[in-house]
Design a protein around this ligand. Structure first.
Ligand SMILES: Cc1ncc(C[n+]2csc(CCOP(=O)(O)OP(=O)(O)O)c2C)c(N)n1
Length: 316
């Protein structure tokens, strides 16, 4: 792949996530999607920049905000949308919904909505990969809100002591629900906390696809080589509220506007346009929109799980 081809490919992945989330928003408001949704508009560069370095045999864990991680890791758009609708054709056969997207076939554990939940579970993946000497890597996505949970510290320490092939990717979007990180931690760089466990850490501009991609490539290669775990802190921002009922009274509209100027998708698009690829961008946009409409039609037309299958997959 040339540099341009790679950038167009990454642009497409980010745009797919953005358009998916925007469409899900209207579908949710229209009452088509049950439950609630936590959306990731603004954070696309992190999911895409990291997952581009992973094979389907590498695994990720995710959070209550998993739509972008799932699409970036290769969960099909149809299977993700159908899961949000609670349909049998969803990636978890409609049993998980928005907060539990995942698919073992593409290396994504169904997402864990307990804050910090993935930070210890990921060590099981890492330990298995190490014992099998398989060269696989596990990536744990988490928010800065998880770092005051015991699980964050236990996971990091265990991974460090065992030298596990794990990359802990913190999406530091400044707020855990309505609480600013400054109110709950005097150490505002999550990366600094990794030093407590002798885990190397890097901070990267999470609104810059190329910066995330470069940094993620380095730390994932190091983990794969057997150098032990790494923490990558991506400074980012969620453009939407925490979940769908959030009026965002805890942050200033000026702050939101400043972060929107750093929109990772617009930044990459501007660069590609300046390099003469406007036609490719228009083609990609049309293809992405068709892919999402196809997924919506697929989800709408799919059956709900049969009532007599309610006990399938229950072990005790
Ligand atoms: C252990 C636990 N406590 C509280 C909650 C409720 N809750 C859901 S998301 C969230 C905020 C999480 O913030 P962060 O980890 O920074 O992720 P972000 O929402 O910013 O992506 C909270 C408090 C939960 N799901 N699990």
């Amino acid at each position: 792949m040339t540099n341009t081809e790679q950038h167009l490919h990454l642009y497409r992945r980010m745009l797919l996530i953005r358009r998916f989330e925007d469409r899900v928003y209207t579908l949710f408001l229209a009452g088509e999607i049950p439950g609630t949704v936590h959306q990731c508009q603004g954070q696309e560069a992190v999911a895409v920049g990291v997952c581009d370095h992973l094979a389907s045999t590498d695994w990720i864990t995710s959070t209550h905000r998993p739509h972008g991680h799932a699409l970036a890791k290769g969960v099909s758009t149809r299977a993700a949308m159908a899961e949000l609708y609670g349909k049998e054709t969803g990636c978890c056969r409609g049993r998980g919904g928005s907060m539990h997207l995942g698919d073992p076939d593409v290396g994504m554990l169904p997402a864990i909505a307990i804050v910090g939940g993935g930070n210890t579970v990921v060590t099981g993946l890492g330990l298995a990969f190490k014992l099998r000497r398989s060269g696989q890597v596990a990536v744990c996505f988490f928010g800065e809100g998880a770092t005051n949970e015991g699980a964050f510290h236990e996971g990091l320490n265990f991974a460090a002591v065992q030298r596990l092939p794990i990359v802990f990717v913190c999406e530091n979007n400044l707020y855990g629900a309505s609480t600013s990180y400054r109110q709950v931690s005097l150490v505002t760089d999550v990366a600094a906390r990794a030093a407590a466990y002798a885990v190397p850490a890097q901070i990267v501009d999470g609104m810059d696809l190329q910066a995330v991609h470069r940094a993620a490539g380095e730390v994932i290669a190091a983990a794969r080589r057997g150098d032990g775990p790494v923490l990558l802190e991506c400074k980012t921002y969620r453009f939407a509220g925490h979940s769908r009922g959030d009026a965002r009274g805890y942050r200033a509209r000026e702050e939101e506007a400043q972060w929107k100027e750093r929109d990772p998708i617009l930044r990459l698009a501007a660069r590609l346009r300046a390099e003469g690829h406007a036609d490719d961008l228009a083609r990609i946009e049309a293809e992405v929109d068709r892919e999402i409409e196809d997924a919506v039609e697929f989800a709408r037309a799919s059956p709900l799980p049969a009532p007599d299958a309610a006990l399938d997959g229950i072990y005790a």
